[in-house]
Design a protein around this ligand. Structure first.
Ligand code: SF4
Length: 416
């Protein structure tokens, strides 16, 4: 691409075609991005702030305090990093090893199991560029990208002309939504919206497996078999099909076996090939999962002990907090106090919190030590892993006095 294009880190799509106009030292206009991206790209150009006990402090003093807290902790937790660069994530990994800490991210209570199965090659997957160029059938299942990844349909999955899809959505692409409610994406899918009851996904998957295998599909909630056969035939006719799996589907399943089986059966019975891509939301959650997986063989919920990684649900942030098993926490780019249930996060308030975040959040305001850092993609560069596993590098748009997450993590490590 010619010209100055920037990468938006507003969601897992990491759109790399963003143009901006600057006025003084801030972004005044943003082109190409969605509404989420525009708001995100206009963040930045704020002063660096470090705090200790809620009061402004020199960065060096805050670093010293953070190091003291972590050194004195018997079982510290490092959490977050889904909105940090790959470089910062690797630094946090080093720090977790050095501290014998528990290391986890939001994927332990969202799409982590799907990314783990993907990295273990338990199902067929592809890139978003493959979908753009070749995709003819796309299924949005328990996912609403029109809200969560606003340019998903226009840039990759439904509306664009691709190399082998020049006629586009009008003639060559079929978008299907399976959901418990008529989401914005489901509205775009029109008559290809299949509304199922909450918790009805496993049965629906099994009925589809029957349908594509030539048996009469049935569900206990009496989903019309005719519609199920219609859908089975659409899936079977795909030359390049993709299921975009959202949290709505994951939360409804006891385990991943049924959906993995469906992808397998579709690859046996469909005209072409079928794939599954998890709808990762945070711009670099997949990067965290891949970086940790490369080092330990796990994507989250890890506890280091003398360089060795132990893994289990007890090392997830939720379980560790519930059990009061951690005695200090370093949170990078996440706001668990606002996003997790009070019954779990109330225990956070009993232990010292160190927060590294470009934004002021409930968590940053309750932190013993807080560092405001540069907004990635706007005030600092680096690399990240897109929701489909493609590495994307980006440059900063603005100069800032704010340090990066990586710089703060490096300084804390040096001060230990
Ligand atoms: S879709 Fe996501 S990455 Fe693309 S512009 Fe919108 S927020 Fe940014």
């Amino acid at each position: 691409m010619e010209g100055n294009y920037y990468v938006c880190t507003g969601c897992g799509l990491l759109c790399d075609d963003i143009e901006v106009e600057l006025e003084k030292d801030s972004v005044s206009k943003v082109y190409t991005a969605c509404r989420v991206g525009v708001a995100h790209m206009k963040e930045g150009s704020r002063e660096a702030v470090s705090r200790v006990d809620g009061k402004p402090a020199e960065e060096a003093a805050a670093i010293e305090k953070a190091a003291e807290i972590l050194k004195n902790a018997k079982n510290p937790l490092i959490f977050g990093l889904g909105t940090s660069t790959n470089e910062a994530q690797k630094k946090a990994l080093e720090l977790a090893k050095k501290l014998n800490a528990t290391l986890d991210d939001t994927s332990s209570f969202c799409l982590g199991p799907v990314v783990e199965a993907l990295l273990q090659e338990k199902f067929n997957t592809c890139t978003l560029d493959d979908v753009r160029h070749k995709g003819d059938v796309m299924v949005f299942w328990g996912a609403d990208p029109s809200d969560s990844h606003p340019r998903h349909l226009s840039k990759f999955s439904y509306f664009p002309r691709g190399e082998q899809k020049q006629k586009g959505w009008e003639e060559e692409r079929t978008a299907i939504a399976i959901d418990i409610r008529k989401s914005h994406t489901a509205k775009i899918c029109g008559s290809n919206f299949f509304q199922i009851p909450p918790g009805g996904d496993t049965e629906f998957i099994n009925a589809l497996i029957d349908g594509v295998s030539g048996k009469l599909p049935k569900t206990s909630y009496k989903f019309p078999p005719k519609r199920l056969l219609e859908l089975s035939n659409m899936l079977k006719g795909a030359k390049f099909g993709t299921i975009f799996m959202g949290l709505g589907l994951l939360y409804s399943l006891d385990d991943l076996d049924p959906i993995i089986r469906l992808v397998e059966v579709l690859n046996e019975k469909a005209k072409g090939e079928f794939h599954l891509i998890p709808m990762v939301g945070h711009y670099n959650m997949r990067g965290f999962n891949e970086n940790l997986f490369a080092e330990t063989g796990y994507v989250n919920c890890v506890k280091f002990e003398n360089g060795e990684a132990k893994h289990g649900p007890e090392y997830s942030t939720v379980e560790a907090l519930k059990a009061k098993a951690v005695d200090a926490v370093l949170i990078i780019g996440s706001d668990p106090l606002a996003s997790l249930p009070h019954s779990i996060v109330k225990n956070l308030l009993d232990i010292p919190i160190i927060s590294i975040d470009p934004c002021e959040t409930l968590t940053s305001r309750k932190a013993k030590v807080h560092f405001s850092t540069a907004v990635t993609g706007v005030e600092c560069g680096g690399s990240a892993t897109r929701m489909d596993g493609v590495e994307v590098k980006f440059d900063p748009i603005l100069e800032t006095k704010r340090p990066t997450d990586e710089e703060i993590l490096t300084k804390i490590m040096e001060a230990l």
